[in-house]
Write a protein that binds this ligand. Sequence first.
Ligand code: NAD
Length: 479
Amino acid sequence: MSHTTYLEAGVLSFTEVFAAQQKAAIRLRNSTAAERIAKLKKLMDAIKQHEHAFIEAIYADFRKPRAEVIATELLPTLMDARHAIAHLPKWMQPKKVSTPASLFGAKSYVQYEPKGVSLIIAPWNYPIYLVFGPLIYALAAGCTAIVKPSELTPHTAAVISRVIAQTFAPEEVACFEGGAEVSAALLELPFHHIFFTGSPAIGKIVMQAAAKHLSSVTLELGGKSPAFVDESADLKDAAEKLVWGKFVNNGQTCVAPDYLLVHCKQQEGLVGQIKNTIDQYYNPDNQGIEHSSSYARIVNEKHFWRIHHLLTDALDKGAQIAIGGKTIAEERFIAPTVLTHVTSHMKIMQEEIFGPVLPIVSYNTLEEAIDFVNSMDKPLALYIFSKDDKKINQILKTTSAGGTCINDCIVHLANPCLPFGGINNSGLGKTHGFYGFEAFSNPRAVLRQRVGFTTVKTLYPPYGEKIDNMLKMMRHFFA
Ligand code: NAD
């Protein structure tokens, strides 16, 4: 049900849902692990029941292949929920911390309490996982949530809305469909936490809105994630992983390798391996990639022409097509495309591509490639294909990124024990596993005094010589 139909049907407005969630959030502060786990299980069941509907909806949205929906949307969602269910009792336990001798007699611990009413704004590219992933952590932390899926994948958003309406009372979880205007209206409300996944440009708008109420934010953003391929890399292995990482979801993945930095001696060999791999994955019968059932489409015309423009701008400025290049506008089809002779003056090297075009920048020295990466915003992911530990460490220690895979790509996000998120332009805050739970929790500091006499009491007024001597002694022992 869209935002307007909610209102027209006289069901519940944003503010009514928000007010109801504010009340529920206070009650949920005291919720037990068992109660939260029961909600997560209910959500898992509902998602499983709607599996077929999700597969059909997302195909209608951008022809995402069934296997990719299961591998990159449903499985990660269910696995995250399972991990949260298994670890929640431990995550919720107060964490004892040591207490300095200067606070003699006290004990201290951190107690995780739910932040309260949360807002989850999701993008279109992984429309199922990027709604339910954050929702799992909101529920695990004991928060209520209002969810706003992307308007660019309306079929999937409708199924999400149905799942939420059938599974939760609106005072605990509610879904409002719609575009920027719905987000903007929701952002007027004083949420306790806002979990936004999307572009850096909209992330800034969200953060500005959050500032009005000092709502805390997690911003899961994007950017240009580079992949290094050095002289020692196994080219066949690198090509197999890079082709999957770049072209899964039709290149519309926040952590897709955006461009490659390839040692000049490896470029020709790597392009050959990439070409073989593309044929193997997407054109095994030589019928043309546009007929492959394993290859999705660009989400809408606007994005098709945006990527088309990046491609033509690069070609006009001297880039060369090493592989692919075919486009079919009516189908929003862009073949897996690899460009060489790319320079930083081309738009394709200045903005996130978010489509199936892979520019290769070749380098002579590793320092040169590292300087190139460091001249840009810090990326969400940075990949290294190399067998040389010295070079791997050099790259790790002289660059900055949200996350890194060595000799692989994308899969770091599949380990719930690793924090997932960007840094500065690619994001603020982390999610997945405990880090997701933490994003929706306030780590409340608790210090419990166990004795009447405390060191601090010796410093209470009236001040004078006695206190000065005490301070002198404390400086001597503690400072
Ligand atoms: P987007 O920023 O255009 O939209 C994201 C959400 O914000 C949508 O729900 C949209 O309706 C809403 N929105 C749009 N305009 C708004 C406004 N003015 N005010 C408030 N909300 C508004 O992003 P997108 O195109 O849906 O997704 C692509 C981007 O998301 C890429 O940059 C990609 O890298 C990033 N991304 C990041 C991650 C991650 O985990 N870090 C995951 C997926 C996508």
